[in-house]
Design a protein around this ligand. Structure first.
Ligand code: S3P
Length: 430
């Protein structure tokens, strides 16, 4: 599907973005493991989360949709899942595959997990290795690629230093570790998103968080309490609209109820350091997660350097930060972000290739990129999504500042995380 986006000088209005993707996946999984009925409001109904939902149903969990975004999950307890009659399809969703592998490795049944052509190219050895040290029996294609075959078994615990700051990896180990009576310790090289920890604690699991480590103390009888959750708007989706409003000539955009969890809000810090005017209003907490309304005004941006421990706190926002960099004065340097190469596509080479088509000066490095700001972009060309929702949406926002707009091929992938993206963008383009 091709998406044509034209120039917009004014971005204005009041919007809400869909529910947080990471929290949506976890609500479905932890709701299924709880003892009793959980109520979820604001679930993201993008394809990725719908894959997790369907898989939990295949594992015997009753999940009822009450209305848009509102679901009841009849938890079956930690030991109540049932063997699925068929292969479990994670689609494009790395979160589904990685979290569920940890969970399924500890069940007393057999599972097969697969995904689309992008997911079947993404590294799974990073979860297979620590889970195997816990006793898991997981078989993959060569080089740790999916489909994965899992012969569920009793897992033991682990003390594990993560080789990369990855919440998917951390969560995969934690879900498996719930089934070991011994203590598990996970040490992170830098802090990654902590939704799993917050939600497990919220459901009554004794979990200790120290500076760089997560500790699940020994216990012979863990159980999860059911919960009610109102999922906040996804800051990773809000980032596209924040960028659009910062890059506009005129207007003002209010985005209501956005999750601003510290482990996810690096984008707001970077946008402010670049000179972006973003007011954080009405801060509050819902189900342990900080939320706020964000008021964004057009801003003259300047290039900065982004590196180190900040990277995991904005990893999904780097393609849209690259778009901000195009219109910032001077150079923006992004380092320590080699993880971008193993996302839904290699996001460093995808951004570099598409920006070069537009005449933008960008240097690709093994762990990041350097972008020289421009005054003016002609556009009028066809660009590619690389089957990656965040590349497609970043290019759509870039198009708003080109004279002749952009045509984005492969834009159907946007529905994995933001089905109403185009509709919402058209609503604020004035
Ligand atoms: C996610 C973790 C991140 C992120 C992904 C969602 C999660 O991946 O890029 O979009 O929900 O745990 P990594 O854990 O691989 O960094």
């Amino acid at each position: 599907m091709v998406l044509k986006i034209n120039r917009a000088r004014k971005i204005e209005g009041e919007i809400e973005v869909p529910g947080d993707k990471s929290i949506s996946h976890r609500s479905l999984i932890l709701g299924a493991l709880a003892e009793g009925e959980s109520q979820i409001k604001g679930l993201l109904e993008g394809e990725d989360c719908l894959c997790t939902l369907k898989i939990m149903q295949q594992l015997g969990v009753e999940i009822k949709k009450e209305k848009a975004g509102r679901y009841l999950v009849k938890g079956r307890g930690l030991n109540g899942l049932q063997e699925a009659a068929d292969v479990l399809d994670c689609g494009n969703s790395g979160t589904s595959m990685r979290l569920l592998t940890g969970l399924l490795a500890a069940q007393d049944f057999y599972s097969v997990l697969t995904g689309d052509k992008s997911l079947r190219k993404r590294p799974m050895a990073r979860i297979i290795n620590p889970l195997s040290s816990m006793g898991a029996q997981i078989y993959s294609r060569k080089k740790g690629l999916a489909p994965l075959t899992i012969l569920g078994t009793q897992l033991t615990s682990i003390e594990y230093e993560l080789p990369v700051a990855s919440a998917q990896l951390k969560s995969s180990i934690l879900l498996g570790a719930l089934y070991s009576p011994k203590e598990t310790v996970i040490i992170e090289p830098a802090i990654s998103r902590d939704h799993t920890e917050k939600m497990l604690q919220g459901a009554g699991i004794d979990l200790q968080i120290e500076a760089d480590r997560v500790i699940l103390p020994a216990s012979c009888q863990r159980h999860l309490n059911p919960f009610q959750i109102q999922i906040p708007g996804d800051i990773s989706s809000a980032a596209f609209f924040i960028a659009a409003a910062l890059l506009a000539e005129k207007g003002e955009l209010l985005i209501k109820n956005v999750g601003i969890n510290q482990t996810r809000s690096g984008f707001l810090e970077v946008a402010a350091a670049m000179g972006g005017q973003i007011e954080i209003l009405n801060q509050t907490k819902a189900a342990g997660e900080a939320t706020a309304d964000l008021l964004i005004k057009p801003s003259q941006l300047k290039g900065i350097e982004i590196a180190g421990d900040l990277i995991p706190r904005l990893i999904d926002e780097i393609p849209i930060i690259a778009v901000l960099a195009v219109f910032a004065e001077g150079k923006t340097i992004i380092k320590d972000a080699a993880e971008l190469r193993v996302k839904e596509t290699d996001r460093i080479s995808a951004v570099a290739a598409e920006f070069k088509k537009l005449g933008i000066k960008i240097t690709e490095n093994p762990d990041g990129m350097e972008i020289q700001g421009v005054d003016h972009l002609t556009g009028g060309v066809k660009v590619e999504s690389y089957h990656d929702h965040r590349i497609a949406m970043s290019l759509a926002i870039l198009a708003l500042r080109t004279c002749d707009g952009l045509t984005i091929a492969g834009s159907e992938i946007i529905k994995t995380s933001f089905p109403d993206f185009k509709k919402l963008l058209e609503k604020v383009m004035k």
